[in-house]
Design a binder for this molecule. Structure first.
Ligand SMILES: Nc1ncnc2c1ncn2[C@@H]1O[C@H](COP(=O)(O)OP(=O)(O)OP(=O)(O)O)[C@@H](O)[C@H]1O
Ligand SMILES: [Mg+2]
Length: 411
């Protein structure tokens, strides 16, 4: 399935720390896209975004795939998969090449990106993405799309994303053992950004923070291209663990009270309520006050947002983030996190719900599915781009096919 978008079907898997989500989309006549399959399963085999138990991960992926296949009424053969985890790192790099025939062709762009990629890569790491930020022709102005322009020297400033080979291989192995071929691997925050950010936000300057269960994935955009990425090892599960320890309750009940009564800011929590929770051994109940819950959640939320704030300051990212920060992922559903973030960052903060050019069921509108929809949007965009490049003849096709092994161009 999904060799090209002409096949009209694409499938993606968001292998998250708390849930696996498979989405299947179909292109209808008249170019409209429809979600025809969705499968979800709790995820047990990951820690902080990384596979730590292969057997459990395969089991969860299989369960989600089976549900999606049943709904779609067809088998899923190949998928795009999201990747995250603290093994992910990123850096900026430059490349320069002479322009061969006066006007810039796809081959020149491929060559300059290959030059930017020619950097020493630490042992055990591999390039996941090389994302052009801007091009410069003959040392003059910055250009976003140089194709067809004239000059003699082409430069690129690119953002390169690296991941640990072992973690990537484990993820691929789990998907393949669950019965699907992995056709592409995409950094999760790039997928989420594609789904929750508007084009204007990406042009003017914005940051996205996908607060998942195991990791919080951060990305900054300006002038329509990526400026910075970072995976932070603090997210929703840490809140749950803190609540379980702080209230001496079970992880299951800690998760429930977090969602039902939890809040990240004391102003939000003026309600004075008593909450019944299980004791940690699960045999008796106890009553706690809402202020006890806030005393646990608020410092953790402040810690998470402060790590992001420190990253912004350390990397001098303030001037890129002109329109504010968009929070997404399941952790963004925590009550009070938006006003707390607005106060801490001193800039506008909104919650990013999936915005896609096709209708989605009410049950799948949540920020929890931002990565899944982003993976779909990315796959559809890439397949369409490949079909266009196929029209350009065999030589260019050969060059681009060679590049495809490591290059994912979002723009
Ligand atoms: N209403 C809610 N209030 C607070 N937290 C919530 C709420 N709903 C979900 N969460 C939290 O969101 C987290 C799961 O989010 P998400 O599904 O985006 O993570 P994931 O994709 O599985 O993990 P990751 O991206 O880190 O690998 C969990 O920690 C969960 O407790
Ligand atoms: Mg996630």
């Amino acid at each position: 399935m999904a060799k090209g978008f002409n096949d009209r079907i694409v499938a993606t898997i968001d292998v998250g720390t708390t849930k696996i989500c498979v989405l299947v989309a179909k292109q209808l006549d008249g170019q409209e896209i429809e979600i025809i399959g969705c499968g979800k399963a709790p995820s047990d085999g990951l820690s902080k975004g990384v596979v730590v138990d292969v057997a459990k991960t395969i089991y969860s992926i299989r369960a989600a795939l089976k549900e999606a296949e049943l709904m779609a009424g067809m088998p899923i053969e190949s998928v795009t998969v999201g990747i995250s985890g603290s093994h992910i790192s990123s850096l900026n790099s430059q490349g320069v090449v002479p322009i061969k025939r006066g006007d810039i062709r796809e081959g020149d762009i491929a060559a300059v990106l290959a030059a930017a990629r020619a950097i020493p890569i630490p042992d055990g790491q591999q390039v996941l993405h090389i994302l052009p930020q801007y091009y410069v022709i003959d040392g003059r102005d910055k250009v976003i799309d140089p194709l067809g322009m004239h000059g003699i020297r082409l430069e690129v400033q690119a953002h390169i994303i690296l991941g640990a080979i072992a973690s990537v291989q484990n993820l691929v192995k789990c998907c393949e053992s669950a019965g699907v071929t992995v056709q592409d691997i995409v950094l999760e925050q790039l997928a989420s950004a594609l789904c929750v950010l508007s084009e204007d936000e990406q042009k003017l300057g914005v940051a996205v923070l996908d607060i998942g269960g195991g990791t919080s994935d951060f990305a900054v955009y300006q002038y329509g291209s990526i400026r910075h990425t970072k995976v932070l090892p603090v997210a929703g599960n840490h809140f749950t663990n803190d609540i379980a320890v702080g209230l001496c309750t079970t992880l299951k009940d800690a998760e429930r009270v977090k969602k039902e009564h939890g809040t990240a800011g004391s102003e939000e929590a003026m309600q004075d309520e008593f909450i019944e929770v299980e004791m940690v051994h699960g045999e008796q109940k106890q009553v706690v006050h809402s202020s006890d819950l806030i005393r646990i959640i608020e410092p953790r939320a402040q810690e998470l947002l402060s790590i992001v704030h420190d990253e912004i300051i350390k990397r001098h990212l303030e001037h890129f983030i002109t329109t504010g920060i968009v929070l997404t992922g399941g952790g963004s559903l925590l009550k009070g996190i938006q006003p707390l973030a607005e106060k801490l960052f001193d800039m506008p903060v909104r919650i990013g719900h999936p915005k896609v050019p096709f209708s989605i069921p009410d049950s799948l509108q949540s920020p929890i599915y931002a990565t899944g929809y982003g993976l779909l949007l990315h796959t559809i965009k890439k397949l369409k781009a490949n079909e266009t490049s196929d029209l350009h003849g065999p030589l260019i096709k050969k060059v681009f096919n060679r590049m495809k092994a490591w290059m994912v161009d979002f723009f």
